[in-house]
Every structure is written in structure tokens, then in C-alpha cells.
Design a protein around this ligand. Sequence first.
Ligand SMILES: O=C(O)C(=O)C[C@H](O)C(=O)CO
Length: 273
Amino acid sequence: MSVTRLWSTHPDDARRLTGDELRERFVLPGLFTEGAPSWGYAHDDRLLVGGLTVAGGDPVALTAPEEIAAGYLLERRELAVVGLAGAVTVVADGETFGVGPQDVLYLPLGTRNVAVSGTGTVYLVSAPAHRRTAAALASRDDVEALVLGSAEQSNHRTIRKYVHADGIESNQLVLGITTLEPGSVWNTMPPHTHSRRTEVYLYDGLGTDVAVHLMGEPEATRQLLLHDRDVVVAPPWSIHCASATSAYSFVWAMAGENLDYGDVVAVDPATLR
Ligand SMILES: O=C(O)C(=O)C[C@H](O)C(=O)CO
């Protein structure tokens, strides 16, 4: 099982890292492997993210990577399985769920056996948990949708919130999918920080296009050139926004001190450096 560890980084260091070092610290490329998940383990809020493609073979069991030293993956964790493409079946402790594109399956702490089969691709996001809640499946039409931005500002987009304080109940995970309208390319502009939560973005639907992702403290931003299905970690001190050469979707997921999507510090774009 492939696991890439991302240690925490002090914001002062992020100002000085070379471009390659920045990528090594914050970007997880190539997570989507066939037949077995590849994982990225971020020490910030201990977010564990993975990618898996199944191609009609035997069910793939989701087991605990050595890094979390657990008897099974969800022994001390909760998990969201996000459908990206195809038709995937997830069997969790004997219960069967069909997961299609932009469906999100939440599996709680204590779910012992999770297996994925079918033909398609799923993104996996897991955070530590302390309390068992209920398994839940939501599709894009079931969830709260927030339309933001405008074509004039190239940031017209719909934010769909799946796992959050008023949606699927969780311990730490907050998760949703944002989709840009054709012709709009900016996400999360104006940007924000949230010192009480770490966030990870997975860019999806870029094809051969490229996203110019901005990170760092608002007065010292750095850029990362990201490609389709790259994952990027935003530590609590960092903004996280991007423009791209086409419209796209991205899965955003957070964990930390609270489940409050609105607990952010807005950044005035005029102050960005
Ligand atoms: O496009 C946006 O704006 C977003 O989707 C913002 C994310 O939801 C986010 O950054 C939550 O903290």
C-alpha cells in the first residue's frame, strides 16, 4: 500500500521553500491507482486522503495504512467516499451503497469492513473521530447548494455541502464539492483562511488544463501549478484558491476544531501579496 506522509510546515518556512520543496510539502499527485488505494497522510489535523480506481475485478478492501497503527481503517476514524466517475459499489459491514459521480458516502467510526467494487473512481477522505454517527449517502441534488460569484468576475460557481453542521452528521469532517460554470475559472475568490481547520482540495475535471493554485499567508502567497486529480493541502494559516485554464470541479474537505463552514477570516484581495 502506498502512503505519502506530509509533515506540518511553519508558515515562515513556506515563504522560503523552493517551488519543488513546496510541491513536496503540500501536493499529492498520482493518488488514483487501480486495484488498491494510494494514500496521503497529512499531519495537519491528521487528514488521510486516498484515491482508488476499480475496473470490474474483485472487491478492494480498504485497510488501515501502517501509519495509523489501527486494527482496521475506521477503528478511530470516519471516512467519506466521494464518487468521481463510473458506478462503484461500496459494501460497509454488510450494507450495500451505490456511489456515482458527485455522490458522497459517509461511513462512521467503528465500521469494520469496507470494500469497493464496480467500475469507476472514488476519492477517500478520513479524519480522526471519537463518536459513532450514522452511515449516510447523499447525491448532488440532495444537499445544500450555494451559488456564488458572477460571470463578470469569472468566479460563478455552485458550492454543494454534503458533510457539515447542517448536513450529514460527522465528528470532524466537513466536505463538499464546488463546480465552476463554463467560462468561470476562479474558486474561493475572494479567499479566506480558517485557523481552526486544515483543508484539502482535490481538483477534478481539468482534463489537460491546469490550475494555478495560490497558497500561503495572504501577505506572502506562493503558487502551485496543479493538474487533474492533484490533491493539495491548505494548512490552517494558508489561503486556498485558484484560477485555471478551463472550468472544473473540486472536492474540498476540512477537519479541525469545529464543523462551522462559516468560521473563516475573509481576505480582501487588495491586500494579497
Ligand atoms: O469556491 C469556493 O468558494 C469554495 O468552494 C470554498 C471552499 O468551500 C472552502 O474553501 C471552504 O473553506
